[in-house]
Design a protein around this ligand. Sequence first.
Ligand code: HEC
Length: 163
Amino acid sequence: MTLAHAPLAAAVLAALALAAPAAAQDVSAGERAFGQCATCHVVQDDAGTVLAGRNAKQGPNLYAVRGRQAGTVEGFRYGRSIVQAGENGLMWDEETFVAYVQNPNEFLRDYLGDNRARGNMAFRVRTEEEARNLWAYITSLAPAPAAPEDPAEAPADAPKTDG
Ligand code: HEC
């Protein structure tokens, strides 16, 4: 009789869930961790819908942060160092984000090669794992930016044959 198997199936599923290796990036853990960011940041899309956080404006909106030049949310008053870093080419990808959120001042000092550089974000994420989870969560809220170059359209790099 099949009903007798139901508890077993549930137990097997539970065991599988427990056995699953900790994902390198865990969106739901990132969502929980975002509570720490929400005192200062919101994630709000272009239509004005708040996707995460409440309405904090002490930090810039983190919507569509992937691929964005640092220090460029319109209307937000950044510190000089992060704006300078953005002008020097700092873009948010997983690696820059993960390093930055664990120590914004040190990151900006390294990036600018200037020991006096400092940022206005007075917060540090404690572990790299948490930083990666946050990245997974925040980027899950916005579509991936268009690739700068579509490899399908890029010229084939096969050597030219002259006839
Ligand atoms: C105490 C307030 C505060 C908290 C908490 C905080 N931030 Fe920030 N954050 C800021 C401020 C202010 C800036 C602007 C930094 C500057 O101007 O130097 C910023 C900037 C950033 C930037 C750069 C954005 C851009 O537009 O270039 C990222 C990414 C970021 N924060 C992520 C996070 C994440 C993720 C968390 C949670 C783990 C977090 N912050 C927690 C205040 C905060």
